[in-house]
Every structure is written in C-alpha cells, then in structure tokens.
Design a protein. Structure first.
Lengths: 160, 765
C-alpha cells in the first residue's frame, strides 16, 4: 500500500510521519511514536480509553485516521504535565483517589480538560454528562467526578 | 492502650497514581521487545463441531508469517484453565475435570481456540487467519442447562454423562431438612436465575512470551495469580519451573478474569515454536467471547420459618452453567453453596449442586465468586419470609444472622468479628428506612426501598492452601524495598501494603518502594484472590517488618547505649522512650550497617513465610431506593447506601473506592448487563460494550459508603477485607426495593421493565 505523509503537532512538537492511509491515530501514537499513555481497549469507539485532544476537542483516536489530522494540534496524556508539575486535573485525580487500574484515566483526564476549558464551573451533572462516553470498570465514577469538580475549583483560582 | 498510628488509617494518595495520570505506567499491552512477533487466534464459528482437517499451508506461505500452529503442534496434556485447583491436594483437585487443551481438537463453543498464527506484523497475522482452511463437521449443540441434562442431548465431553460435569453436596450440611420443614409455620419456595456477567476489564487479555538462547522463558502477563500461572504453564509445557520467569506489569482491571489462564498458553506455544518473542493481545471481541465470565445459576430455594421469624430449614438446589469447559466452576459453586448455607443460623440445612456443560463460553471466577448468585436468591427469599411472618426485613435478618462466635464456613473457624448491627443501624438512618419503608402506593411513579446483607471472606483459610512470603530490604538512605508477589490491578494493593510496611517500620510512606510481582525477585504467594491481600499479605508484612525493626533497634541500642525494649521508630528516627533528644536516624543505622568497616557488615533485611491464622469475615449492609414507573416498568435507581464492616480501613479512600466500584458492578448485574447467546447457533451477541451495557456515569445513582471500623483481633492493625464485598448484595437490595415499590418480585436477572410488568399483571390477575 502506498504511503502518505502526515504532519501534525503532538504535545507541542512538530511531527512528520510516513504512514499507510488506513492507519489510525491510535496506532500512530502507540506504535510509531511510542506514546503508550493513550490506551487501546475496544478499538471501535465505545469506551473512550483512547481519547486525545485534537485542537482542544476530545476525540477517539481509534476512529481517527492519522492522515486526517494534518496540521492539527494533538495533546495526549504525556503532554499534560509541565515538567514535574502535574496539571491540576491530574493532581486532583491523584488526591481524590480517582485512579484505580488507570486504564481509563488518560482518556478521562483529557475529556475532563476539554470540559473545564470550555466550562470552568460545571455542575456535578454536567461533569457526569461530559464523561459519559468514557467507561471505567473500577471506580463507580464517584471519585472521578469528585476529582473533576475539585480540579475546577483549583483551576478557577489560577492553578493552571 | 490503642497504639497511635501515623500512616495506617490515613487518606494517602495511592503510590501508583502519579504514573497512571501521566501515562507512564506500563501495562502488558504497552511492552515491546526487539524482534517481537504478533500472535492471532483462529476461533471456531461453530458452537459444537468436529474438526476433520486443518490445512495451514496457504497461511504459512504468506510473507511475514513465522508460524501457524494447531492442536497437533502443542502439548497433548489436558488441563483445567482455572488456577486455584493448585491450592488443594491432588486427591481433591482431581475431582475437577481437566478438559482443555491449549488449542482444541473439537470445537465446543463459538470462539473456541482452534489454531494460532505468529507474524511480523499484526495485520499480516490477521490476514493469515483467513488463509487457514478448517473442515468442520457441525454437531448438534445445547446452550441451556435443562436441555443439556435431558436424555439424548448432545454430549459435549465424553466422560460427562448427561453433560453433568460434577454433582456437589455442600459439606457443611447439618440437621434433618425434612424435620426442619415440618417444624415450620410458613414455607417459602422460590426459584431464581442469574446471568452470565462479564468482567469487562478495559485492558483486554494479553501476554508476551520470550525464550532466551538457553531455553529460559520470560512471560509478561496480567495474571492475578503469578506463581500459580507459572506452575501450571510449567506443567502443561513440561518446562522446569526455575526456567520460567513471570512478570506481572500493571493490570488494567481484572475482577477475577485473570484467575484463569487466558492468552498465556497460546502465546507461549507460539514463542516456543518460533523461538522469537511473541505478543498476543486479545481483541475486545475476543475478550468478550473467549475469556471466562460469571456462572449463571438456577437456584431453587425452600425455606421453613416459624411465626416468630426463626428459620427452621434451608434447602438449596443449584444448577450451574459451566459453559464448554469446567475451569473454576467447582470452587465457584462451592463458594455459592457456602455463602447460601451459612449467612443465617438454621438448624437444618441442605444444599446440592449440579455443574453442567453447555456449548456457551466458559464460566470462570468473577469478583464475589458465587456469593452474588447466592445472595440474589437468599436475600430475596429472606425478604419474602420476613413479609410472610409480618416482620420488618431488617429485624428478620438481625434475628437470624450468624454473628461473632458462630460457625463461619466451617465449624473449625468460628466467626472472629462482626459489626453488621452497626452497619445496619447507620445504613437505615442514612437511607431513611423507617420513614420510607412501604413505599408510595399512589400515582404512576412508585418509590420503594430495599436492603440486603452479605458476609464474605478475608482469604481462603482453611479451605485452600494459602501463604505469603515477603522480603523487606533496607537501603542505605533509610528507605525500604518491599518485595511482594502481587498484581496491582487497580485494587490499590501497592499503596495499602506500603502503608502497612511504613507503619510497622516507623518510616514515612515515601520511603517504601514496592517491587512488583516478578518470580525472579519476589517469593511465593498464592495471589490476588478471595479478597485476601490486605489481611494475609498485610500480616506477612508486619511480621517481616518486625524482623527488620529488631535489627535496626539492636544496632541502635549499642550506639545509644539503651535496651532494645526502650526504643521505638517513628518517621525514620529511632527514639529512646521518654528522651526525645536521644535518637538516631534509620538512615544512619542502615548506612553504618552496610558500609561497615568494623567487620560487622550486614544489609539489614527481613523475610518471612506467613500462613494466615484466621479468616475474619467482613459484613456489609446495602440499602437501595428506587422509583418504578408502573406503566412501563422502567426503574430509576435513586440511591445506594452501603455500610461495610472493614475492621480497620488502612486507607479509607481506597476502601470507599473498592466499594463504590463493587456497587457499580452490582448495579450492572441488576439492571444493565445482559449476556445474550443466540439460541439457534450459539453466537455470543454480547460481544462489545454496545451489545453488553456496563454502567456509565449516567447510570450511576448517588452512592454513599459508610465505613464501620471495629478492629478484628487477627487483622493487620485490625483490618478485614473489602475487595469483593461491594457487589455481592447490591442486586437483591434493588430487587427488594422494586418489590417494596410495586409488589413485583423479579426472580431472574437482569431486572428488565418487561419482567416487572409481567409480575405486575400477574398480581392484578
């Protein structure tokens, strides 16, 4: 199969790759760029584990062909902390006990980031609505929602 | 005098959380070895079929394919894919049929593994599967246990007449059941059915296997039972056990799914054939159809009750659907029977079970391990019984439940502690039991409340062999390496065990480094099952830490010129009692011990082998509030209150997390998760998150957890277990609430609007 060039920004760095057009962004991230923080679970857009931010919007990387993100700005979980300082949402997930097995965590955190960037003061129901496409089998979601609400408070005070 | 605790009991962040929020945590699926091949499995499209011929020549010729294997290429040893048969002596273990090969030579369910491929690329491996030509001869298949036991039903295994794999009588049966029935004022007879619940971990099953040039095998896999997996693989492949190193990276959820071998045997067979590293990752669909799930049970109950609420007789006749192979059906059924038989005081008890083969995917072990099935039946029967004799269901339970001092599972191990009454009292207040009981009886939307209780285990003593072996090694900076065989699958064992170690050693939590399960570095442990980790491994760590502390204190006593008994360690400092100025740091002691120029050199370290002395059962009380629309049967779950008897919460945040997650599995079991097999061809229709609905944020009601702490004597700092408890009694609490709201008694999981409406119309007629 002939290959095409995909150019995009990943976690603030320019990236240029030669890929088959049928390659998903998830494969590019995990297999080509070795950014394994983005998780692969269902592979068909049901679970939200592979969520990344494309131009600040949460998107399922398993359903996104890598050649369609030309020129776009992609953020994965590896791109969220600045140096050793966790992003307030990451810190809130740690502090609130929102992490168990951790497999849904990267997708959850990125979905939450898009929510809080858009709506800095969400209600509990709005958080639940925003996270409803990200499945978690461990936590029962209680502490995940707590963490997003806690992060919102910290970010309002200028924590990020 | 109660000891003042500085680490245990604190809501400390989990030590594995930073790695998990940054994407740094490595799971099996994230690991890549140089030259690694990718495996794929060819699965049967037939529920039951002879395999007449397999032609793999075309697949072998596809460029990039390195091996194609069938049942002819692999060991001919039959095995049980469940791992816990290794924890009982052979004369008992052999009662559980060994009925599986690595690759099957006869298809017994849609998804049975028939052949496998290793190729240089995932896509090539997939393409190669299409080139394997298998000639099947379809056989009649059977999916339902009643049909499977009928004369003339298709025979799934030659040795199993009537497809009955085993008949088991509960060994703890007591009294005379007929006499008990005669003594009863009221008889309750009810039959219940449960569904095949799927674990749905987000990380699908995976394995990496690699043989080195001297034939030593290294395996990375998300197993819950590291040493047992190694032991069984050594036996199947006839590899000396010391030539296998098994590593468990972070595990993306398991809930019992990894109590059995999953991707490992096929992956290892491919690596052995190719002599190259092989990674086998199950697709999401394979995870749904080809890994094991919760046994569906039919449970017929007969209970005799006196007018004063005393239970005179309890009889259970169980039928378990094992699916195509036996796996953990024996132990799960035993747990189901034991939980059913021993939650309440009753002088006459009889429980029996048939374990039946059918042509559906295999049933294994799932969080709760038989207890949720038992509670679905028992806790509804108790609700029925209480109402029949005119008692509040709470009062009925309080009158009858087995409590501290009563026999537990076995008469040899009485119940060590029990805080159920406190759980019930706090839960009733929180849900508003007295005000809300009886529900609303007007309008279309009817509200009601219900409750259920459960008792679980803290390990498997004395039913199975169990021991934990721990090493703690001090570093010269005063930190400690805690070497423990285990699997961090989200339950939080690293943090909890580090808190226990830090408390006993007198160190800060940041000074404890947990070394993950790796058979080259950590010693035998029977693994993460039966909610045993905090209680059993926690106690083992305390004993090991005491040895280390003794060595620290002995060296300090010479320097500080004080008796060992007059010193203590706290926050990394060794103090002389009553003299805060007279102290030395742990760091100083460990450094002077290791870099010792006086001929007294020693790496301060401890190790111990610990056999649990008890098995204190944790109790829980679950309360549910629902609103049911009697026009369409739709149930809205408004609230769950869950009160849990933990003994001591080593980390309360973690305990809540375990319970909230368990409750979610219970809600799914009750209301959203329905396993569907096509009755014509055996195709599993619940093959994805779309076709098998696990709860999302929007399906979760307000869940309130109440932790009740009454330290249990044998527990580490008084702790009992929590892992499985959250889900055991949720479904019956919801069913009882629906009855309270509407008068509809749903006996078969999943609770659907249709079943509620059917019951309601039957009541009207």
């Amino acid at each position: 199969m002939s290959k095409e060039i995909a150019r995009f920004t990943i976690n603030g760095r320019e990236c240029e790759l030669l890929i088959e057009p049928c390659t998903s962004l998830l494969e590019v991230l995990r297999d080509h760029l070795e950014l394994t923080g983005t998780k692969s679970s269902c592979g068909v857009g049901e679970c939200g584990s592979c969520t990344v931010l494309i131009d600040n919007k949460p998107q399922l990387s398993c359903l996104t062909l890598a050649i369609t993100v030309q020129g776009k700005n992609i953020v994965t979980i590896e791109g969220l902390a600045s140096g050793n300082n966790l992003h307030p949402i990451q810190q809130a997930f740690v502090d609130c006990g929102a992490v168990q097995c951790g497999f849904c965590t990267p997708g959850m955190i990125l979905t939450a980031k898009a929510l809080l960037d858009d709506n800095p003061n969400p209600s509990r129901d709005e958080v639940k609505e925003a996270l409803s496409g990200n499945l978690c089998r461990c936590t029962g979601y209680v502490k995940i929602v707590d963490a997003v609400l806690a992060a919102a408070q910290i970010m309002k005070k200028g924590g990020a | 005098m109660e000891r003042e605790l500085s680490v245990v009991g604190k809501r400390l962040p989990r030590i594995d959380a930073p790695a998990k929020v940054t994407g740094e945590a490595k799971y099996t699926v994230d690991i890549k070895l140089p030259g690694m091949l990718f495996g794929k499995v060819l699965r049967s499209p037939y529920a039951h079929a002879m395999i007449l011929k397999i032609d793999k020549s075309k697949a072998e010729k596809l460029p990039g394919v390195e091996a194609v294997i069938t049942s002819e290429d692999i060991p001919v040893k039959l095995f049980n894919s469940g791992l816990t048969d290794l924890l009982v002596p052979e004369e008992i273990a052999k009662n559980d049929p060994r009925d599986q090969y690595v690759l099957s030579n006869k298809a017994r369910f849609v998804g049975d593994a028939i052949a496998a491929v290793a190729a240089r690329d995932r896509k090539v491996a997939e393409a190669a599967l299409d080139l394997i030509e298998v000639e099947y001869k379809a056989l009649p298949a059977v999916f339902d246990v009643v049909e499977a036991m009928k004369p003339g039903a298709p025979k799934i295994h030659d040795f199993a007449n009537g497809n009955i794999a085993r008949h088991i009588s509960f060994p703890g049966a007591i009294g005379d059941i007929e006499k008990g029935f005669q003594e009863a004022d009221v008889m309750i007879e009810e039959t219940f059915n449960t569904t095949k619940q799927l674990h749905c971990p987000l990380e699908p099953s995976a394995c990496i296997a690699s043989f080195d040039s001297i034939g030593r095998l290294t395996v990375w896999s998300p197993t819950q039972l590291l040493y047992l997996a190694r032991h069984k693989i050594a036996d199947i492949f006839d590899i000396p056990e010391g030539k296998i190193r098994w590593i468990t990276p972070f595990v993306g959820g398991s809930f019992g799914n990894a109590l059995t071998l999953r991707a490992e045997p096929i992956c290892i067979a491919l690596a052995r054939k190719t002599r190259k590293p092989v990674k086998l990752e199950y697709s999401s669909e394979e995870q749904f159809i080809a890994t094991q799930s919760r046994q569906p049970f039919t449970i017929a109950v007969k209970m005799g009750v006196k007018n004063d609420g005393a239970i005179t007789a309890l009889q259970g006749k169980l039928t378990a659907n094992s699916g195509a192979y036996y796996s953990l059906s024996g132990t799960t059924t035993n747990v189901c029977m034991a939980m059913f038989a021993t939650l309440y005081r009753c002088p006459n008890v009889s429980v029996e079970a048939d374990i039946v083969y059918t042509n559906i995917p295999i049933s294994g072990g799932y969080r709760g391990y038989g207890n949720p099935q038992a509670m679905w039946a028992l806790e509804q029967v108790v609700d029925v019984a209480a109402r029949r004799v005119g008692m509040d269901p709470v009062e009925f339970r309080l009158k009858n439940y087995r409590r501290a001092g009563d026999p537990g599972w076995t008469a040899s191990l009485p119940i060590e502690s029990c805080a159920l009454e406190e759980c019930i009292k706090l839960g009733m207040d929180k849900i508003g039991w007295r005000e809300k009981m009886g529900g609303t009886k007007e309008g279309v939307k009817r509200r009601g409340i219900g409750m259920a209780i459960q008792r679980h285990v803290s390990g498997t003593q004395p039913m199975q062999m169990t021991h934990s072996n721990i090493m703690i090694k001090m570093n010269v900076d005063g930190s400690a390496d805690l070497m423990v065989s285990g699997c961090e699958m989200g339950q939080g064992m690293f943090g909890v065990l580090a808190q226990i170690a830090a408390e006993e050693l007198g160190l800060q939590i940041g000074k404890i480094h947990v070394v993950n399960g790796d058979t080259d570095e950590t010693m035998f442990d029977d693994g993460q099952h039966a909610s045993r980790t905090t209680y059993v491994i926690g106690n083992a760590i305390i004993e090991t830490a005491r040895q280390v502390k003794q060595q620290l204190l002995e060296r300090a006593s010479k320097i500080l010129a004080t008796r060992v008994d007059d010193m203590y360690v706290r926050d990394g400092q060794i103090y002389v009692r009553g003299d805060l100025e007279n102290k030395i740091s742990v760091e100083d002691i460990t450094r002077r011990a290791t870099y010792n120029f006086e001929g007294q050199g020693r790496n301060i370290a401890g190790k111990c082998s610990y056999v649990p002395k008890g098995n204190p059962p944790p109790y829980s009380a679950v309360f549910a509030e629902v609103e049911v629309d009697i026009n369409n049967g739709a149930t809205k779950l408004l609230k769950i209150v869950f009160a849990h008897d933990i003994g001591r919460a080593i980390n309360p945040t973690n305990v809540e997390g375990q319970l909230e997650g368990g409750v979610m599995h219970g809600i799914g079991y009750a209301l959203t998760e329905e396993y569907m097999v096509n009755g014509n061809n055996g195709v599993v229709e619940s093959d994805s998150f779309t076709n098998y609905k696990i709860p999302s944020t929007l399906d979760m009601p307000n869940v309130e957890v109440i932790i009740v702490e009454q330290p249990t004597p044998s527990g580490p700092f008084g702790a009992k277990s929590v892992g499985e408890c959250g889900l055991n009694a949720v479904a019956p609490a919801i069913a009882n609430a629906i009855y309270d709201a509407t008068g509809a008694r749903v006996r078969d999981l999943r609770i659907t609007p249709e079943k509620i409406l059917e019951e309601l119309s039957a009541n009207i007629l």
